[in-house]
Design a protein around this ligand. Structure first.
Ligand code: ATP
Ligand code: MG
Length: 403
């Protein structure tokens, strides 16, 4: 019975003259994710998107749209001619088809909106008349305007009337591509994929940067990161993954720097290399999964000393998050199962026995005195390899990307 889906967007509406730009990006993102169903079309109607199903079932389209950032909520709707008989019949179908919460009674109400002022009845009148129609057809239902089990929404427009009863939450946020491009430092851990997802949710297009230390770290560690990049792509569309061969840098650090400052120097090198890649790719900021105090390298002193080597803004969406909350989010977005696979990361490889948890800038600079910083950074940046992941759609994406 449902032949359309209404997709509502929240914040975009507030963006003044940028609004139509945002709407264009959102519509394009929706069309891209609906590509597996060529019959499905998207059009813009007053502050919302209207998805024309043209015979495609609601469920797979809903699943796809639930991953599109920028959509606040979705409703399956039936479009009928703008007359009370047709609207009444559709309202009966909505009430009959509603999934009731356990224990809730057979109560409903009708909320009506008259967008087409030429329609002969004002909104409260439409609600009353449609309600009466439903009561006549469904004898065991009654009206409860305060706490109904089902609310039937009726919207009378020039091109017909929309009738619906459900509102599913959308992914929220802003459409990917509306906030520019960022470089995500993507490890195989739990945090950084979540940080990348949050950056996407705020409209950023993400290019992932991964530091790989083969043969100290295995091919499987890299495959894990590739799966994570794929899952992020399933959410936000295309994700490029830059794989930085980091072995020479790590070997040089081990050889030339005091052990206690190894992690600090390593992370400064990561930032420097990432900044070069960002410069070359036109990325406006870096994103990390750092969270204040979580580990030794994430004290304020450490963050300051690591941050000191670049001028690019570093976004840390998880800075104030507790680990349990990050883990919950990782499960929700489908990255957790991959993140907990036990393959070692280049960070865990050279962990010193007594790392400096509160390094000073002077110490870090001194520790790098014998390191050929510029050469190492340039060589690593030059040897970077790029892979591209595209969103899997339909059946594949339903697997949540975990393999
Ligand atoms: P994560 O769970 O994201 O790995 P973490 O708690 O293990 O984070 P660290 O290992 O200190 O923390 O790393 C902090 C951040 O540095 C990560 O969130 C990530 O953004 C970045 N990072 C760490 N290792 C790598 C790597 N091998 N490649 C790319 N980025 C990395
Ligand atoms: Mg890590």
């Amino acid at each position: 019975m449902f032949d359309h889906i209404i997709a509502r967007y929240g914040e975009i509406g507030l963006k003044g003259h940028n609004r139509s730009e945002f709407e264009k990006i959102l519509a394009a993102n929706m069309c891209r994710c609906l590509a597996p169903w060529p019959g499905v079309k998207v059009s813009r109607i007053e502050g919302r998107m209207l998805v024309h199903l043209n015979g495609t079932p609601v469920e797979p389209v809903r699943d796809a749209l639930e991953r599109v950032f920028g959509i606040v909520s979705l409703s399956p709707v039936e479009r009928v001619p703008a007359d009370l008989e047709a609207i009444g019949q559709a309202a009966v179908r909505v009430v009959n088809g509603a999934e009731l919460a356990p224990g809730s009674g057979h109560t409903f109400k009708v909320e009506a909106k008259r967008a087409d002022k030429r329609f002969p009845f004002p909104s409260p009148d439409i609600a009353r008349r449609v309600g009466a129609y439903v009561l006549r057809r469904l004898k065991d239902w009654s009206v409860d305007v305060h706490q109904p089990a089902v609310t039937v929404f009726v919207e009378v427009r020039e091109d017909g009337a929309f009738v619906y009863g459900t509102r599913w939450p959308g992914a929220g946020g802003l459409p990917v591509g509306s906030s520019g491009r960022v470089g995500l430092l993507l490890s195989g851990g739990i945090d950084s994929p979540v940080a990348g997802w949050l950056a996407m949710k705020r409209g950023a297009e993400v290019e992932a940067i991964h530091f790989h230390s083969y043969p100290f770290t295995s091919e499987r560690a890299l495959q894990k990161v590739q799966v994570l990049a794929q899952i992020l792509a399933d959410w936000g569309g295309r994700v490029h993954l830059h794989v930085v061969h980091f072995t020479d840098v790590q070997t040089a650090i081990r050889k030339h720097c005091p052990e206690a400052l190894g992690i600090t120097v390593m992370r400064r090198m990561m930032f420097r290399i990432a900044a070069v890649i960002a410069e070359r790719r036109g990325l406006l900021a870096l994103v990390t999964g750092e969270s204040l105090g979580q580990v030794a390298s994430q004290t304020l002193e450490s963050l300051r000393v690591i941050n000191d080597v670049i001028r690019l803004p570093v976004l840390r969406p998880l800075i104030a998050e507790d680990k349990v909350d990050i883990m919950r989010r990782a499960r929700e977005i489908g990255t957790y199962e991959t993140s907990i696979l036990p393959y070692e990361d280049c960070c865990t490889l050279f962990v010193p026995k007594n790392p400096r948890t509160r390094p000073s800038l002077a110490e870090a600079e001194k520790a790098e005195r014998d390191l050929a910083v510029e050469d190492l950074v340039r060589q690593a940046a030059d040897r970077t390899e790029m892979q591209t992941f595209h969103a899997r759609r339909g059946v594949d994406a339903g697997l949540n990307g975990v393999s």
